[in-house]
Design a protein around this ligand. Structure first.
Ligand code: HEM
Length: 396
C-alpha cells in the first residue's frame, strides 16, 4: 500500500514523483499516521474547494492555536462581510498600485542598493524576507522599525503550522507577546491623526469595527502575507535564475510579467496544501468520509497534474491553462492577497534585474527549494555583478 511520508527528506526536496504516483494509484487516500485523507488530483481538489459539505471551521485547528481566530478558519456572513470590506477598499487594484508605487518600489530600491555592492549576499535574508515584512507592516500601519522583531516572532508561529505535535507552551507565549504588542499598536492608532499617504492602509477600513475584529483581521494578514510572499520571491528568483531569458522578459515586458510569475508559482507552489473538515458523513469518489474527518488538499500535486498541464515539470510561461490555477485556492476562502503579492514581487524582480543586468552564479548547493506546507530555498547566495562595475568606476 502506498504511504505518504511528508516529513521524509526525499519528499521535502523532490515530492513530484511521489505525488504523481498517488495521483495515478491512490488519488484520495487515508493516512493512518496523520489521521486524515490526502487528495491529490487537480479535479478533486477544485471540486472540494467549492463543496459546501466541507468547512474550514474546526475547534482544534492548528491555525486557531497559533493566531487566534482569523478569516482563515471562519465561515459564514461575518467572514464574507469582512472580506468584502477589505477587498473593496484597501485591496482594490488602484489602492494596491498606489501602495506599491509610493511605498514598495522605493523600499525595494533601497534594500537592493544596500546589498548589491557587497561581493555576495543572501537574497532570502536581505530581500525575500524583508520586502514582504516591511510591506505588511506598512500596509497594516505597524512601525517599520519593528520589522525584524515581528518577522522572528511570526516565523516561530508559522514553523508550527502543519506539525502534528505542537509545543503549546512555547506557541502560547509567543502568541500572547505578539497579541499584546498588536493591541498597543492599535490603541495608539486610534489616538493618532490620520496622515494622507496617497493610499489607504488597513486601519482606515476597519477602524469602526470592534477591537476583537480588528485584531482578527490583522492576525489574518500577518499569518497570510509574510511567509507566503517570501517563498514566492525565493522560488521565483531560483527558477528565473535558471531561465534568464524569462527573467529579462519579466523585467522588460510588463505584459508578460504576470504570466511568468504565475508559471513560477505553478511550477513551485508556495503553499503545499490546505485542509478542510467534513460537516457530515459523505462519499467522495467512492471513499467514505465521516463527519469531522480532515481532508488535506495537496496543492503541490494539483499544480503538476498532467491531466490539466501538459509537460507539467517544464517551466513554460506561455502555457494557456492559467485559469485552472489553484495556487491561491478558489471559492469562499480564495486568497485575498494575490494581486498584492504579485504586484510587489514583480517590482522586486524587475528592480533586481535592472540593477544587476542579470543574475550570475547562485550557489547551487544551497538553492534547493524544499518544504512541505511552505516550499522555499533556505538561502540564495548571489555573487554581485555590480561590484566589479562599481570598483572600475571608482578606480577611473
Ligand atoms: C504567493 C503568495 C501567497 C499564496 C500562495 C497564498 C495562498 C493562499 C491560499 C492557498 C489561501 C487559501 C487557504 C485555504 O483556503 O485554506 C489563502 C488565503 C488567504 N490569503 Fe493568501 N497567499 C499568498 C499571499 C497572501 C498575501 C500577501 C496576503 C495579504 C496581503 C494574503 C492574504 C490571504 C487571506 C486574508 C486569506 C484568507 C481568505 C479566507 O480565508 O477567506 N495572502 N492564501
Amino acid at each position: 500500500m502506498l504511504n505518504l511520508d511528508t516529513r521524509s527528506d526525499a519528499f521535502l526536496t523532490d515530492p513530484w514523483p511521489v505525488l504523481k504516483k498517488f495521483r495515478q494509484e491512490a488519488p484520495i487516500c487515508w493516512s493512518e499516521s496523520e489521521k486524515l485523507f490526502n487528495v491529490f488530483r487537480h479535479e478533486d481538489i477544485a471540486k472540494l474547494f467549492l463543496d459546501q459539505r466541507f468547512t474550514v471551521e474546526y475547534p482544534w485547528r492548528t491555525t486557531t492555536h497559533l493566531f487566534g481566530k482569523t478569516l482563515l478558519d471562519m465561515e459564514g456572513e461575518e467572514q464574507q462581510r469582512l472580506k468584502k470590506i477589505i477587498a473593496s477598499s484597501v485591496l482594490t487594484g488602484i489602492n494596491v498600485r498606489n501602495f506599491s508605487e509610493k511605498f514598495v518600489e522605493p523600499t525595494v530600491i533601497k534594500l537592493i542598493d544596500d546589498v548589491v555592492y557587497e561581493p555576495s549576499f543572501d537574497f532570502m535574508a536581505e530581500i525575500a524576507s524583508r520586502v514582504p515584512t516591511l510591506a505588511t507592516c506598512q500596509f497594516l500601519g505597524i512601525p517599520l522599525d519593528q520589522e525584524k522583531w515581528l518577522f522572528e516572532k511570526m516565523m516561530v508561529l508559522m514553523n508550527h503550522l502543519g506539525e502534528i505535535e505542537i509545543n503549546f507552551e512555547a506557541v502560547g507565549d509567543v502568541h500572547k507577546e505578539v497579541d499584546e504588542w498588536l493591541t498597543n499598536i492599535l490603541v495608539n492608532k486610534f489616538e493618532q491623526k490620520q496622515e494622507d499617504l496617497g493610499y489607504m492602509q488597513m486601519f482606515d477600513c476597519v477602524r469602526d469595527e470592534s477591537m476583537e475584529t480588528i485584531k482578527l483581521v490583522y492576525w489574518t494578514f500577518l499569518a497570510g502575507g509574510i511567509e507566503t510572499s517570501m517563498c514566492l520571491l525565493g522560488n521565483a528568483f531560483v527558477i528565473l535564475s535558471n531561465h534568464q531569458e524569462w527573467f529579462k522578459r519579466l523585467a522588460e515586458d510588463s505584459s508578460m510579467a504576470r504570466l511568468i510569475l504565475n508559471e513560477a508559482l505553478r511550477l513551485e507552489p508556495v503553499q503545499g496544501n490546505t485542509v478542510r473538515f467534513a460537516t457530515q458523513d459523505l462519499d467522495l469518489n467512492g471513499i467514505s468520509i465521516k463527519k469531522n474527518q480532515c481532508v488535506r488538499l495537496l496543492l503541490t500535486s494539483a499544480s503538476r497534474d498532467e491531466s490539466v498541464f501538459q509537460e507539467p515539470d517544464v517551466f513554460n510561461p506561455e502555457r494557456s491553462t492559467r485559469k485552472r490555477d489553484l495556487t491561491f485556492a478558489i471559492g469562499t476562502h480564495a486568497c485575498m492577497g494575490r494581486n498584492f503579492t504579485l504586484t510587489n514581487s514583480e517590482i522586486v524582480l524587475r528592480t533586481f534585474w535592472k540593477k544587476i543586468q542579470g543574475v550570475r552564479d547562485i550557489d547551487k548547493i544551497d538553492t534547493v527549494i524544499r518544504g512541505s506546507l511552505f516550499r522555499k530555498p533556505d538561502s540564495v547566495w548571489v555573487n554581485s555583478k555590480i561590484n566589479t562595475v562599481k570598483d572600475c568606476c571608482l578606480q577611473a
